[in-house]
Design a binder for this molecule. Sequence first.
Ligand code: C2E
Ligand code: CA
Ligand code: CA
Length: 700
Amino acid sequence: MDQTKKHKKIKKVKIWPSVLGLCLTCFIMPILFVMVLSFYLSGITGSRFVDGIHSAQRAIAEFELVTKETPENEEAVFNYISVLVPSLEGMYILDETGNISESFGTKDVELSSLKPVSRRDAFSDISTTGLVVYVDQSIADYITVDGDSFTINSNLMSELLGQIFSNEKFINNIGDQDLFSAEAYGIDFWFLKGEASNGLLAKYRFSFSYLDYFYIMGIFIVSGIFFVALMWFFVSTIIRKIYYKSRMYSILYRDNETNGKNTLFFHRKAWELMKGSGKKRQYAAVNIRCEKFRSLRSCYGVLWAGQLSTAIYDSLRKSITSKEVVCYMGDGDFGLYLAYKDVPSLNLRIKKIMDSLSMVTPGQKLYYSAGVCASPGPKSDTEATLNNAANARSTITDATAGEIKWFSQKLHDEQVWERTVEAQMQGAMERREFEMYLQPKYTANGEELGGAEALVRWIHPTEGFIPPGRFIPIFEKNGFITALDDYMISEVARVQAKWLSEGRKLVPISVNVSRAHFMNEKLAEHIRDIVDSYGVPHEYVELELTESAFFDDKQTLIETVKKMQAFGFPVSMDDFGAGYSSLNSLKELPLDVIKLDADFFRGEESGGRGKVIVSETIDLAKQLGMHIVAEGIETREQVDFLKDQQCDLIQGYFFAKPMPVSEFEQRAYAAKNSEPVAENSEPVVENSEPVAENSEPANV
Ligand code: C2E
Ligand code: CA
Ligand code: CA
């Protein structure tokens, strides 16, 4: 599973549902609990008082003996039932007509409609708050006493309570209150136990039964357990998730080599930083590379390289603020997201960072280069921005200069083009989109066709004509140039073979052989085989190489050139004078032709000093037995000068631009005698290809 997938997987583990669950548990559970309890309680009070006592059996247990006392006045002993209603703030005794005959409290209550009672008297020592209702029957009808047990006549009791609580007038008089459910919480029965003469008054109080306690306790315990279980579930889930996430993130975001943060963390943090920065701060992605890291690793070992990258990472981490981020990208590459005010100050900062990094390993001078890409703004793709910074850095050629390269749109376009070329080059070759153009070379003396150079053009189906400057450097970088060179050698051989078969007189056509090709020790044989497959005499295929080929394996180059010559191919040095060691290479390479670089004939010094150099070089070449071709010749004056200097061949817009083979054929073999046609003395001003190339307009 790759990093991003893992990241997504961890992200899927969400903590908020558990937090929400916990909050709901904390808020809703107590409410639910209270609701259930009050529902139950209202069930008890409501059902008990409205419907009376459910069953006589159960009612027995619901009574408890509260007091036992001996009345002072036997006559005062009577049967009554008092309903305990605290809000009545007093005790009311009803007379036979249902009116309050006596009250102990502050509130007068009109209870006229209550049922009249037959036996009644004042009961002065009642201190309980409540309503006293005299019953017209003996209390014994309501309750049967057997020792300390009682059996309630529940029907009668219900009837009585129903009467009390459904008495609208009574309720209204005491303030519109829903008495039974909200306030009545108990019923007292007062009656004489045994014989009245015993003088024993027992007061029994109705209260919740043990079953009610049991149920209430049950509700408490069950909901408590449920509550604790839910709390435990959510709390443990939250802890587990936090632990899992932090652990997974620390694994996922850790770079194993430096023990620091990796690119995944980097992009996440960078994204958050940018998102949070708004317009306050601007950010740039920076790619700092420790140059030659790989070769250091192979020299000093993986362990040493690991210590080096760790030391660099630690140093970088210390040089950033908490609003910035750094990561190790591997192979000596580090990524940073830095806040900055302006380009010069950021450049200065990066320079300082690189300077401090060069000291990171004592005794080992390290070089760094940096690429920078300004972040386009919040929510921009941090990965693309860092990539751009890395791309900008990759264009730095001098690794030791501590250079900083900023990414630009132009650079981006070039890179996009490079990718396009790379994606299409193979197909383009198969579809023969690469076309060989030929630029004629004329003799300086007679101004006759004396040769040609094969130059490639890409005729792209959508882009149209593409000059080699736009793709040859890319091919040189990616190695495809050798395939192109082979293709061009085949094209030269093919067209020469065709003309040969048509009985035309051939002129040598030179073809460029890239530096990369010289890595192949069997290059000479390889070219020979291609040319031989068309049966063309080798002398008509000239091979142009540049002195840059010298930078690689000099010995192989010399041997290859010698082999090429031994096979009969003329070998020329292209762009002679453009490099620094041209003369040196002349000493070691027994070349057949030198092509004077077009730069000799350009610029301010082309008139005076340039001419001296050209004439001396031609002289030198002559002495070494070489032929001379002058390139990039655009004026009659240049032609005349070269003629004076006895230059052999002239190639340039003055005579002709590179042209398609058909056009060259026309020009070379238009005369029926199949001889190459000498140009008339008038210079040919061709416009055989778009002027979009590196060329200035031909000068006549
Ligand atoms: P080069 O080999 O030095 O080719 C000469 C370049 O000078 C050609 O540019 C040509 O069109 C241009 N040129 C010739 N006369 C004049 C002139 O009077 N004035 C000016 N301004 N330019 C002139 P081109 O065709 O654009 O090629 C550029 C370079 O691309 C070539 O330089 C060569 O290095 C490379 N190249 C072209 N075709 C091939 C190829 O088939 N294989 C390889 N390996 N490289 C090629
Ligand atoms: Ca050339
Ligand atoms: Ca050249």
